[in-house]
Design a protein around this ligand. Structure first.
Ligand code: IMP
Ligand code: MG
Length: 176
C-alpha cells in the first residue's frame, strides 16, 4: 500500500488495536468506577480511537472535543501549541479524560493539561494510543498508554500524513 507515493509497512494490525482499546478501557473503568467521565478528544487524530474507547467505558460518559495546532511541516512540529477549537463544556468539578492519538514531543498534552487544570476539574487524566517515547522534549507521560513505538512516522486509525491515511484500519509506518 502507498500514500503520497511512499510505501507503507504494517506496524499494528486492527486486531491488536482492538485488544489494546479494551485493555485501556478496563484500566480506566477501574480507576473511574462510579464516576461520570467527560472524554475530551483532541482533533483530528483521536476521533477513531475516541469512538472505539468510549464505547468500552462503563457508566455515564459525555464527549467533547478540542483542536490544537502547533507550527509544523508535514512531519515535524516546532513547539508552540495553539488552541484552535475550544471545549463547549465547563469542566469545573468534572472527571476529565483527555484522549489523543499519539504523544510525540509531549508538548501538546503537557500544554493541554496545564491549561485544563486551571479550570479546576475534579480529575484530569490523559490517554494515548501510541507513544514515541524516545522523541520526548518535555517531561510528560500520559496516564494511560497503549503502545510504545519507535521514532518513525505512522498513519492509520485516525492518524494522518497531511490528511492522508486516516481511514486505514491498521497502523502503518511511512517508509521514507
Ligand atoms: P506532540 O505535541 O509532539 O506530542 O505531538 C502530538 C501530535 O503530533 C499528535 O496529536 C499528532 O497529531 C501529531 N503526530 C506526532 N507523531 C505523529 C505521527 O507519527 N503520525 C501522525 N501524527 C503524528
Ligand atoms: Mg493530534
Amino acid at each position: 500500500m502507498k500514500i503520497k507515493n511512499k510505501e507503507l509497512e504494517l506496524l499494528i494490525p486492527e486486531s491488536d488495536i482492538k485488544e489494546k482499546v479494551k485493555e485501556l478501557a478496563k484500566q480506566i473503568n477501574k480507576d473511574f468506577e462510579g464516576k461520570e467521565i467527560l472524554a475530551v478528544g483532541i482533533l483530528k487524530g483521536s476521533f477513531i480511537f475516541l469512538a472505539d474507547l468510549v464505547r468500552e467505558l462503563e457508566g455515564k460518559v459525555c464527549v467533547d472535543f478540542m483542536q490544537v495546532s502547533s507550527y509544523h511541516t508535514e512531519m515535524e512540529s516546532f513547539g508552540e501549541v495553539i488552541f484552535v477549537k475550544e471545549l463547549t463544556t465547563d469542566i469545573k468539578g468534572k472527571n476529565v479524560l483527555i484522549v489523543d492519538d499519539i504523544i510525540d514531543t509531549g508538548r501538546t498534552l503537557k500544554a493541554l493539561v496545564e491549561a485544563l487544570s486551571l479550570r479546576e476539574p475534579n480529575i484530569l487524566k490523559t490517554c494515548v494510543l501510541l507513544d514515541k517515547k524516545e522523541r520526548r522534549e518535555v517531561d510528560y507521560d500520559a496516564d494511560y498508554t497503549g503502545f510504545i513505538i519507535p521514532d518513525k512516522f505512522v498513519v492509520g486509525y485516525g492518524l494522518d500524513w497531511a490528511e492522508e491515511g486516516r481511514t486505514l484500519k491498521d497502523i502503518y509506518y511511512v517508509k521514507i
